[in-house]
Design a protein around this ligand. Structure first.
Ligand SMILES: [Zn+2]
Length: 327
């Protein structure tokens, strides 16, 4: 299925259209009661005048409301999702999700605010909720096969940024944040994490690398590809195989082993964090990493498929209005 923003906007002329579209994507023809989990034949509550109903406040609403055949409670396709309780039209949600899913460098809250005529706070909150839905599923399995591991430093004072230095001159005296990315050469899946979040001074070492690797990779089934960094030698023995390319001696590819994919990923990530988002604080970095990992992992999907993936992850994950702070 391939759809572009214009076609989507065309399909979503009214709020009722948007509800129906979301029902199709989330329920695939079988309405699901979020209160009791029942998928029996639920009742669609037909609005009195055909398309809209009166709310308790007297305004009209185009929400599509269902009544559970089992527990008799009412629900809509938004109940229990990140859209629940939102005052933002579902139409706008879907269009913004599509836009964020298809935009290669990401979209800043500022752009969303302008393009969709939303309040600053609203646009910012939507962007964060959508990023939240882009996060890996918690039960995602371990990576196996050929896995590239590489690390980079991000951020710091403007005067320290953009310098080609991969590592700060003096470890232990840096305002940069170390990030490690794992890329499956088999599936293209990318998983990034901030290293050593628990330590006061950011550092890349064998211990915090091992922690991240064990969380995401099955060592017995994995051939690890890295550069020749010392810290990888410390963790190499856990893996079925380990091949390192030595950048110092000018080696960038050894057989089919290379860390180029990771380096390309990092350069795009940094361009976008600084260009589109005008720098991101450490506090918010995990969400942006999730967004980038998602987009890279699904880079072979069409924009429509990517939107559907996000929507399939909007259920049962709540983020309150207060949780994110500006940064
Ligand atoms: Zn029910």
């Amino acid at each position: 299925m391939s759809i572009n923003l214009l076609e989507l906007a065309d399909r979503l002329r009214t709020e009722a259209d948007a509800y129906e579209y979301l029902e199709e994507l989330r329920w695939a023809g079988q309405p699901f009661c979020p209160h009791c989990g029942s998928v029996r034949e639920h009742y669609f509550l037909k609005p009195a005048n055909g398309s809209s109903r009166k709310t308790t406040r007297g305004s009209s609403s185009e929400r599509r409301v269902w009544k559970c055949a089992e527990c008799r409670k009412q629900f809509t396709v938004l109940t229990g999702t990140i859209f629940h309780g939102t005052k933002i039209p579902v139409r706008k949600w879907l269009l913004v999700i599509f836009d964020m899913a298809s935009c290669k460098n990401g979209m800043s809250a500022r752009e969303i605010e302008r393009k969709y005529d939303l309040a600053t706070k609203t646009a910012w909150f939507m962007a964060h909720r959508i990023r939240e839905a882009m996060k890996r599923e918690p039960i995602a399995g371990l990576l196996t096969g050929r896995v590239v591991a590489d690390e980079t430093w991000y951020g710091g004072k403007p005067s320290n940024r953009h310098k080609s230095a991969r590592k700060p001159r003096k470890q232990g005296h840096t305002d940069k944040t170390p990030i490690v990315s794992l890329i499956s050469r088999e599936t293209g899946e990318v998983r990034s994490e901030i290293l050593g979040r628990t330590t006061a001074t950011p550092v890349i070492n064998g211990d915090n690398l091992r922690e991240v690797l064990i969380k995401h990779v099955d060592p017995a089934e994995t051939h690890l590809h890295t550069d020749a960094g010392m810290h990888y030698r410390k963790v190499a023995s856990m893996f079925a195989a380990h091949t390192a390319v030595d950048h110092v001696i000018g080696e960038y590819v050894s057989g089919d082993v290379s860390t180029n994919q990771a380096e390309n990923y990092f350069s795009q990530l940094k361009r976008s964090l600084d260009g589109t988002h005008h720098h991101v604080s450490v506090e918010h970095l995990p969400r942006y990493l999730a967004e980038f990992d998602f987009r890279r992992t699904t880079c072979k999907d069409t924009d429509g498929e990517r939107m559907n993936r996000i929507i399939s992850r909007t259920g049962s994950r709540r983020l309150t209005y207060r949780e994110p702070t500006r940064g």
